[in-house]
Design a protein around this ligand. Structure first.
Ligand SMILES: [Zn+2]
Length: 271
């Protein structure tokens, strides 16, 4: 758990956990010999991958961004979101909005939890948000997003899920903007308070090398041609506002800023 203040708004990072993951998945369109010049892996070719999600306290709303691995704990290493929320002093019932940046399981699997043997919304007083294009893409593919029925369809059946098209202002300080590429309905969260800006990137970038090599994309991106274009647009906004960035899969707490260099930008982490 990591807490910072941004103008009038509180930004709390909730650490769902970390585990080693094959590095080659993140650089699917690059020769291994190239990315290995800039990255050391363990003997199995893996690197630690963080899962840093966020809670915003904004104008009376408590906005949770992404819900983590849920019961998919990778041997106890992930699925810690609710513990982190409690450490920050909040109950599940306090959350008033839940944004799923996209439908993948590492971002949606604590949308619900098992109560008395049944799946129930984990945040019973919240309205949930998901990009409509992700709903359309993944609803028929239960195998690929294996928690879809339990974590997303159930919310729609309860009338708790809003599907978004285009931009959406959640509070005077928090808005959702489409950032497609990783998935068709992918959303990033733009946060502004008293002249300061933060951007929760979602899976626009998974690794620091995606900032310095914006054309390197992961094997999970549904539109790898789009990803570099979306990155260019968001990087420009981030540079103009010197925005604090949340990169969920960077090392905890996943916070950093862009630093301009001769041919683009680099990720500059904040401990
Ligand atoms: Zn992810």
């Amino acid at each position: 758990m990591h807490e910072s203040t941004l103008g009038d708004l509180k930004l709390i990072i909730l650490d769902d956990g970390s585990f080693p993951f094959p590095a080659r998945y993140f650089f699917a369109n690059v020769a291994q010999a190239i990315w290995q010049q800039e990255l050391v892996t363990d003997p199995e070719g893996k690197i630690p991958v963080g899962h840093n999600y966020a809670l915003l306290q904004s104008v009376g709303e408590r906005v949770l961004i992404d819900t983590g691995y849920g019961d998919d704990t990778h041997g106890g290493r992930t699925g810690h979101l609710l513990e982190e929320l409690a450490k920050a002093g909040y109950r599940r019932e306090d959350v008033t909005m839940v944004v799923n940046t996209h439908a993948h399981g590492d971002h949606t699997s604590r949308n619900t939890c098992l109560l008395h043997g049944r799946s129930e919304p984990a945040f019973p007083n919240a309205r949930y948000y998901l990009g409509r294009a992700d709903w359309d893409r993944f609803q028929g593919a239960e195998g690929r997003v294996h928690h879809f029925k339990q974590q997303l369809r159930l919310l729609a059946e309860r009338g708790m899920l809003t599907l978004t098209d285009g931009a959406l202002q959640l509070t005077p300080e928090v808005s959702l903007l489409p950032t497609p590429g990783h998935t068709p309905g992918h959303i990033s969260v733009f946060i502004e308070s008293r002249g300061t800006m933060a951007i929760y990137l979602g899976d626009l970038c998974h690794h620091r090398l995606h900032f310095s090599h914006p054309d390197w994309v992961s094997c999970f991106d549904t539109d790898p041609q789009q990803t570099p274009k979306t990155r260019a647009r968001v990087f420009q906004t981030a540079l103009e506002h010197d925005a604090l960035l949340v990169c969920p899969h960077a090392a905890a707490p996943g916070l950093g800023r862009l630093r301009p260099v001769q041919h683009g930008v680099v990720w500059s982490p904040i401990a």
